[in-house]
Design a protein. Structure first.
Length: 87
């Protein structure tokens, strides 16, 4: 089962119900901060790069697992690896 973080749920679970809360970006925009759109654009770029990195990482992990399954070791090699603590 995939684990994920849901920030809105964290605030509900961790903060007391009577405490007031808001998002920093909303509060800043309300008081004149003008870079919210820039942050959103950069965040979209970061997510795209992150997805490419994750796909590359999982493909490498899968290739390594397949390569490890395909390897056939001789009895001598297995004995050496066992003695070294790797098998």
């Amino acid at each position: 089962k995939k684990r994920m973080v849901v920030p809105s749920c964290l605030s509900v679970l961790r903060l007391r119900p009577e405490r007031r809360r808001c998002r920093l970006g909303d509060l800043s925009t309300e008081y004149g901060w003008k870079h919210g759109s820039l942050i959103e654009r950069l965040e979209k770029q970061r997510k795209v790069k992150s997805e490419v990195y994750y796909k590359k990482k999982t493909a490498a992990r899968r290739a390594k697992a397949d390569a490890l399954k395909a390897v056939k070791l001789s009895a001598d090699d297995t004995a050496i690896l066992t003695k070294a603590g790797y098998a």
